[in-house]
Design a protein around this ligand. Structure first.
Ligand code: SAH
Length: 189
């Protein structure tokens, strides 16, 4: 399944995907910064997706660019809408930690999800992950290792405003509370 994305965008370009985009600050800023990349944003909650769509539309009108598509969709089905090897980069920012063990399967950085991502990631493509939640971060690092991903650039205290990074809505909130932001990249070999 999948693989129709160049037709949707009207061009062949690297494809980067964000899961759980919230109100869309991150994807709209990143897409403006990287006009040569096609971006797909996936969000399960209709209300926040609507906010994101307005943000992206305003951004694209200002720039006369159209390199973002947003989907109201559950990330659990991600392997059904992209072709093998199609995604160059996957972003997950401040996903729900699901702290109870019985809900661990729902964490977007868990093994079950990683197995799905693997089927659609380009070899050498990476998952870019940020969270405030230390327990989720530790869990995720273990899951990345157990799933054979190579983890790089791990930090437990990401400085604000780093080059090449864009702050998300949740991140701004957590930073205002003085919380540390954890970040890493996990490469699908
Ligand atoms: N990335 C944003 C929002 C983080 S909150 C930020 O950093 O500000 C997590 C978001 O992920 C919520 O908007 C929630 O609706 C969405 N989400 C959670 N599970 C999801 C799933 N299975 N598929 C798609 N979106 C999901």
């Amino acid at each position: 399944m999948g693989g129709g994305w160049p037709a949707v965008f009207g061009r062949e370009a690297p494809l980067h995907v964000e899961l759980g985009i919230g109100k869309g600050s991150f994807i709209s800023a990143l897409a403006a910064r990287e006009p040569a990349v096609n971006f797909v944003g996936i969000e399960a909650q209709r209300e926040v997706l609507y906010q994101a769509a307005k943000k992206v539309a305003a951004q694209e009108a200002a720039q006369e660019a159209a390199n973002v598509r947003l989907l109201h969709f559950d990330a659990a089905g991600i392997d059904t809408i992209f072709a093998p090897g199609e995604i160059g980069r996957l972003y997950i920012n401040f996903c729900d930690p699901w702290p109870k063990n019985k809900h661990a399967k729902r964490r977007l950085t868990g093994g079950r999800f990683l197995a799905k991502y693997r089927t659609i990631m380009a070899p050498g493509g990476a998952l870019y992950f940020k969270t405030d939640n230390a327990a989720l971060f530790e869990f995720s690092l273990e899951e990345f290792a157990a799933s054979g991903l190579a983890v790089r650039d791990v930090t437990f205290d990401l400085p604000a405003g780093g080059e090449g990074d864009v702050m998300t809505e949740y991140e701004a909130r957590f930073r205002a509370l003085g919380m540390k932001i954890h970040r890493c990249e996990a490469v699908f070999l």
